[in-house]
Design a protein around this ligand. Structure first.
Ligand code: UTP
Length: 222
């Protein structure tokens, strides 16, 4: 299968070298069976830097560019962990990602342009590469009716349609560094091309395989 992973920056940040190596090994194992693309998020560094720049009155577009810088840092760290199993630098375009892919070679990307998050990059890449599945591996274990960290009445969806995901994500904001499960642009792309999508907790490397092959406890979107 062609698989595109959107890996939340918080999943990688905070891991020591050994733990990064273990996580990378899970991706390497998957790449023996599948064609893998991984889009890496900005995580804590992105939020910290965006927070400071915003407090310094930087524009939202400037903050987005700062966030993109953070995603590239994390992408390069994952490339370091993957070693020869990865293309040597983050792809700068969708065509570049496709050109860099080869059997057994993982292509890693960061952010692309302001006004979106890496989920949108992953959704566009999944569309462009005609991926079999888009897997959003994030800090929450699925799509909830509300932010589970804030609202204790939030319920997790086991399954939902692409249209339901799109209307849910439209209710969230587009501001730089915002924390929603899937950004509105990503949800729109998923909806227009009916991209089979799974949202799982990415902190457990086993979930990367479960999301692709079955047996996960996240949200299935189709
Ligand atoms: P993330 O994709 O990590 O955003 O990009 P996020 O979803 O807010 O973070 P996680 O998933 O909780 O870790 C970090 C920031 O970089 C900018 C945005 O400001 C985003 O919030 N960004 C990223 C872009 O402007 N364009 C991109 O293509 C990617």
């Amino acid at each position: 299968m062609i698989l595109v992973y959107s890996l939340g920056g918080s999943i990688l940040a905070g891991r020591d070298a050994e733990s990064l190596k273990e996580y990378a090994q899970a991706l390497k194992n998957l790449s023996e069976e599948h064609q893998i693309f991984v889009v890496v998020g900005g995580g804590k560094i992105a939020r910290e830097y965006i927070g400071k720049a915003r407090a310094l009155a930087a524009s939202e577009a400037f903050c987005d560019l700062l966030g993109i810088g953070a995603t590239k840092l994390n992408a390069m760290l994952l490339i370091a962990a993957l070693g020869r199993a990865a293309a040597p630098e983050p792809a700068e375009s969708y065509a570049g990602a496709l050109l860099a892919s080869a059997p057994g070679r993982i292509v890693v990307l960061g952010g692309m342009q302001p006004g979106q998050t890496t989920d949108a990059v992953a959704a566009l890449l999944a569309e462009y590469a005609r991926a079999d599945k888009l897997i959003v591996a994030t800090s929450v274990d699925g799509v909830y009716s509300a932010d589970p960290e804030v609202d204790s009445r939030a319920v997790k969806f086991d399954k939902m349609t692409c249209r339901e995901l799109a209307s849910l994500s439209m209710e969230t904001t587009l501001s730089a560094g915002s924390r929603s499960p899937v950004d509105p642009l990503a949800a729109k792309i998923i909806e227009r091309s009916s991209i089979p999508t799974v949202v799982v907790y990415g902190g457990d490397a086993e979930n990367l395989k479960r999301a692709a092959e079955g047996g996960h406890s996240g949200t299935e979107i189709s």
